[in-house]
Structures are given as structure tokens and as C-alpha cells.
Design a binder for this molecule. Structure first.
Ligand SMILES: [Zn+2]
Length: 203
């Protein structure tokens, strides 16, 4: 199956031994570059490992009938709902498989690294730019919606796509500048004049 992104530029980094589709977000310590390369038609599916092939098959199923013309927001939401709908966080002792996309898609469980890798892979496959975020103990994603990196964490129990992706716009009453709030921000200085304004959601 071909996608609208098959002809997007990429290169093979000989030091990292990886296909790099986006120089800004692909140089992370985990990567599923071979699966994405197969999706884009760069690698033959027969060159994939057994586990990568299983991931590839699941991703291809997800892509059947996918609306590539949807907005970034809708795509980011669709990917989130696919992953959270098929996997639950593994509460037990960490095992190697928890960090793998294969576990999320096939076993239906894993830990944050597995969820974040799956989110990036699926987001990239539908044409979204997406990176990893981490603080040493936890990993999540920054997905680009209309060129803005938005925090999203598919491993959080009981959250929703809208919780992460939803943005409230508020016009500054003093200078008229349009400010954008994240879902969890109560207030912040106006990006233009600096006066403190509140997120309308909380007022
Ligand atoms: Zn202002």
C-alpha cells in the first residue's frame, strides 16, 4: 500500500545506521526507522525482522482507508485513539518487551517507551512530524499540529486526545494579540504586551 508521503526526502545515516526522515526528531535512542522505511517503499518488507514485519502488518491495517486529507489535529487524535484503544499500560515489573512497539500492538501492553515509540511511528506514517520527550524516568511525545509541538502521552491512563491536543484561543483585552493556551495552563503573560491573561477555560 502506498501513502502520500512515499516520495518525501530521507537519507541513510551511516554512523547511526538509520534511515532519517526528519533530522530534528529522528535522532533519538530508540527508532523504528526500518518499519517506516518499509511503509514508504524504501525497504522491501522481506528485509524486515520478524517483529518489525508484525509491526508493519498492524500499521498497514491502520492505514487502510486512512483520511490523509484530515487536519493535523484529527490525525494526531486518530493515532492516539488507535493506540490507547488497543493497549493498556503494563503495571508490573518492567520487561524488555515493554519498550517495544511490537508489545503494544501484538500483546496489547507495554510501558511509556513502547507507547511513545508506537505513537511516533504511527504519527510519522500519516505524515505528522513527531518527536520524543523524556525526563529520565518517563517518555512521551511532542506531536506537531500546525507546526506547533504539542505534548501528548498515549501511556497515561484515563486521559483523552482532546485533553492534550485541545487549544483555547484568547484575545488579549489590552493589545488584541491572539494568545493560545494549552489545556492545563491557567494563565500566562500575553505574548505581545506581557500583561497577565487568563485561560478562558478556567474563568
Ligand atoms: Zn497583550
Amino acid at each position: 500500500m502506498r501513502t502520500p508521503y512515499d516520495n518525501q526526502s530521507y537519507y541513510y545515516d551511516l554512523d547511526w545506521r538509520r534511515y532519517i526522515f526528519d533530522g530534528e526528531t529522528d535522532y533519538a535512542w530508540v527508532s523504528d526507522h526500518r518499519v517506516l522505511a518499509a511503509v514508504r517503499g524504501i525497504l522491501s518488507v522481506s528485509e524486515l525482522s520478524e517483529t518489525d514485519k508484525a509491526v508493519y502488518d498492524e500499521l498497514e491495517k491502520f492505514l487502510i482507508g486512512f483520511d490523509y486529507g484530515a487536519s493535523d489535529y484529527e490525525k494526531a487524535k486518530r493515532v492516539y485513539e488507535e493506540i490507547t484503544g488497543r493497549a493498556v499500560y503494563h503495571e508490573g515489573k518492567c520487561v524488555q518487551a515493554d519498550d517495544e512497539v511490537h508489545s503494544i500492538l501484538i500483546a496489547g501492553t507495554g510501558k511509556c517507551v513502547g507507547f511513545a515509540r508506537t505513537y511516533k511511528l504511527f504519527a510519522n506514517a500519516v505524515g505528522l512530524k513527531c518527536g520524543f520527550r523524556e525526563d529520565g524516568a518517563h517518555m512521551w511525545n511532542g506531536v506537531y499540529v500546525n507546526s506547533e509541538a504539542i505534548t501528548i502521552d498515549a501511556s497515561t491512563v484515563g486521559a483523552s486526545a482532546d485533553f492534550y491536543l485541545w487549544r483555547m484561543r484568547a484575545v488579549c483585552p489590552y493589545c488584541g494579540h491572539e494568545n493560545t493556551f494549552g489545556n492545563r495552563e491557567a494563565g500566562r503573560p500575553c505574548g505581545n504586551c506581557g500583561i497577565q491573561i487568563q485561560n478562558p477555560k478556567y474563568n
